[in-house]
Design a protein. Structure first.
Ligand code: ADP
Ligand code: MG
Length: 265
């Protein structure tokens, strides 16, 4: 940490802290995510996976990895600082004013591009939600928080115990099926819906009724003024059978949707 000076704490979570730091030589700002390393050997690998998987990504819509190091019982991941905060904060700032279609589509297209890169690298993110999607000051989307990510088809994909917010979890996960690339698509569908309405698509006062809504795929309709293609897209992304859900490749290239997205890039 001698390379960096601490500016302030910007996030605090189950893992530890996210710190805003400044490189002493270049004056460049970065975020250091501090992760408490467990004593247990197998859990140690889990913690290191986040840094390893993030370091494999290289895309304009994914938080750029700089370096990682271990000091005492802390793993520090140094990454690009996204000074526009996270998308959940941005949604909350809106209060009741809806986002314009241009912003929704531009952000969504960027999210899909970032997530497609993750899938192309044979990695699943597994925790896509507005709080894990960051913004730069010029409004570019950066996917972050690879703390739940895993390699596609690894046996560990089954062993995902969910600890965070349940709103974005796909029906197959509640059904104890393995996490797959389409489960990430479901979560992005939830974020798209959130951008369109400022609300979660699946909300309930108890876990039981939330899971029921998710597994039936029933959600309040989108506002009528939104383009038909957007309504269609949300419907496709919320197909309860993952096989019926489009892949990111399909979303970004299929005729109807890609035309809409391209015109807003
Ligand atoms: P956790 O595993 O606890 O969810 P995150 O990586 O999501 O950790 O970081 C927690 C919070 O810190 C994020 O929701 C975001 O508000 C902030 N944060 C983390 N990394 C960055 C970054 N690179 N740029 C800007 N803010 C960040
Ligand atoms: Mg997070």
């Amino acid at each position: 940490m001698e390379t960096y000076s601490l500016l302030r704490v910007i996030g605090e979570g189950s893992f530890g802290r996210a710190l805003l730091v400044q490189c002493k030589s270049s004056q460049e700002k970065y975020v250091v995510k501090e992760i408490q390393l467990p004593k247990n050997r197998s859990k140690l690998e889990n913690s290191r996976r986040e840094a390893i998987l993030l370091s494999r990504m290289k895309h304009p819509n994914i938080v750029a990895f700089r370096e990682a190091f271990e000091a005492d019982d802390l793993l520090c991941i140094v990454m690009e600082y996204c000074n526009g905060g996270d998308l959940l904060q941005r949604i909350r700032q809106q209060k009741t004013t809806q986002f314009c279609v241009d912003d929704i589509l531009r952000w969504f297209a960027q999210m899909c591009a970032g997530a497609k890169h993750i899938h192309d690298k044979r990695v699943l993110h597994r925790d896509l939600k507005s709080k894990n999607i960051f913004l730069t000051d010029n409004g570019t989307i950066k996917l972050g928080d690879f703390g739940s990510a895993c390699i596609l088809n690894s046996s560990k994909a089954y062993a995902h115990t969910y600890v965070g917010t349940p709103y974005y979890v796909a029906p197959e996960i509640w059904d104890n099926k393995p996490y797959n690339n389409k489960s990430d698509v479901w979560s992005l569908g939830c974020v798209l819906y959130e951008l369109c309405t400022l609300r979660h698509p699946f909300q309930a006062s108890s876990w039981k009724s939330l899971i029921l809504k998710v597994c039936r795929g029933t959600y309040p309709p989108l506002p009528k003024h939104l383009p038909y293609e957007l309504q269609y897209l949300v419907k496709q992304m919320f197909k309860t059978n993952p096989k019926d859900r489009p892949s990111l490749q399909t979303i970004l290239t299929s005729h109807r949707v890609s035309k809409l997205l391209r015109s807003h890039f």
